[in-house]
Design a protein around this ligand. Structure first.
Ligand code: CA
Length: 261
């Protein structure tokens, strides 16, 4: 970063870069490498400013071919992938990357179509953001993706999960709200821990049904509606306005969670 006190506006968000000191401090905190595969120069510029202000290292690719090449040669910690690319469709890129890489993939797309999001997630993407999105939301999703990849590399999972006043003892399979134990049915518990395993990330209807009920039940989306309602009634203070058991319409559900919150 060359200049101090820059105020950057664009169509997507506002980023304030206060002082050099602030920036240098931030830059030494994070050293993760992010690969950005995106053909729009404006979007690349916005993401460059956002990511570099947080100290992430960045490698950019304007085409899918170049992106795949950079993914193989640079071994990034996270891939940000646009779906509409000039040479190969982003969905195909997701599929090809997943043949050999476990790197978290966050799809960034202007496409509103739910089926594209679902397809990308089912092809192995970890999350998606629809353009235009907020810089803070993107940074939170990146933190979640990095946290998941560190955990899966180390092979450890934390035995106690906490969020607000919810506490889940994964070893003893017990759920508490504050000091009070909450009794969940086996299906409710399975649904909750599936969301906890993917905390912060969207889990598609397909994946939830497969993990909780089994592969024969992947079309029974109404099961999810019923059991999510039950879970919200047991765990959310205001079930009609959930704080963490979130619906992603047409796609799936997300346990809202930011590791740095
Ligand atoms: Ca594009």
């Amino acid at each position: 970063m060359r200049k101090c006190g820059i105020l950057c506006f664009n169509a997507y968000t506002l980023i304030r870069i206060d002082t050099c000191t602030h920036l240098v401090l931030k830059m030494t905190e994070n050293k993760e490498l992010i690969l950005l595969i995106e053909d729009e120069p404006q979007m690349r510029r916005f993401l460059r400013i956002t990511l570099q202000s947080q100290g992430y290292r960045l490698v950019e690719a304007a085409t899918a071919q170049e992106g795949l090449l950079q993914a193989a040669s640079r071994n990034p910690d996270v891939v940000l992938l646009d779906l509409s690319l000039p040479d190969i469709d982003g969905l195909e890129v997701t599929k090809r990357l997943r043949e050999w890489a476990q790197t978290p993939i966050i799809v960034i797309s202007a496409r509103e179509q739910e089926q594209d999001k679902v397809k990308a997630l089912d092809f192995g993407a970890d999350d998606y953001l629809t353009k235009p999105f907020n810089a803070n939301e993107l940074l939170a999703r990146i933190r979640v993706a990095l946290r998941h990849s560190v955990r899966s590399r180390s092979g450890r999972s934390e035995p106690i999960f906490t969020l607000y006043n919810l506490r889940v003892d994964l070893a003893k399979r017990q759920v508490f709200l504050g000091d009070k134990e909450v009794h969940l049915t086996p299906i409710e518990y399975k649904l909750l821990i599936t969301l906890i395993r993917h905390a912060g990330k969207v889990v598609t209807h397909n994946q939830l049904l497969k993990d909780v009920w089994g592969p024969a039940h992947v079309s029974e989306v109404q099961y999810l509606r019923v059991y999510m309602t039950q879970l919200r009634h047991k765990l959310e203070a205001e079930p009609a306005r959930p704080r963490f058991l979130m619906n992603e319409p047409g796609v799936g559900y997300r346990l809202k969670y930011d590791p740095e919150r």
